[in-house]
Write a new protein. Sequence first.
Length: 230
Amino acid sequence: MRRVLAWLLVVLGVVVAVPAVATAVWVGTDDTAQTGPHAMTTPGVAVVTKAEIIHYVGPVLHLQVERADGGPVFLGIAHEVDAESYVGQHSRGVVSRLGLPWDVDLEEPEGSVEAVPPPTEQLWWLASVEGSGAQALTWPLPHGRYSIVGLNADGTPGVDLEVTMGLEIAGTFYTLLAIAAFGLLLLLVGVWLLVRRRRRGVTPVTATTLAPDTQSWAPPPDQPRTAADR
């Protein structure tokens, strides 16, 4: 029974410690799990997320976008109704599902292929960045229904983006280190139990077991002398 418990602790320790260490390395000391860059392309005017995608409250969202050709790009976050009224009647790429670290379903609803008004002229963006090359946006996720919208800075169709996304949760790195330490402790206890059990199963060698059996041999008795020997 103790041997089964020891092996269980060893296996459980490895299962807990190894993923925790790997995740801690991925997250890093800035507590941010990051993935990308990933290509997101649509012949429409924008790439926009459904409000259900942003269902976390508390983490800090880190986004970086760049057009494949390095041209001017716009990235903004808006209330769902504002984003829908802006691009809802146009052809666009809609991110309907996002699995972490990166597993995306991109739908292509039909609509107008005409350009939308330049996004920089809209006043309802909650947060936004615009410019050539890579553009980075950081936004603490609040409670509510919001959409992320990426498009060409002039609102023209044919969007080809490289997207990098990260989620920052305070304390993640040190929490993972604590989990890894707990897994390592389980592993060490299991190994100690196995070694202790093995030592108990070995018969110790002592001087008594190595001493010769003095009762098993004796010199032959003296033989009586005969007349011939005299």
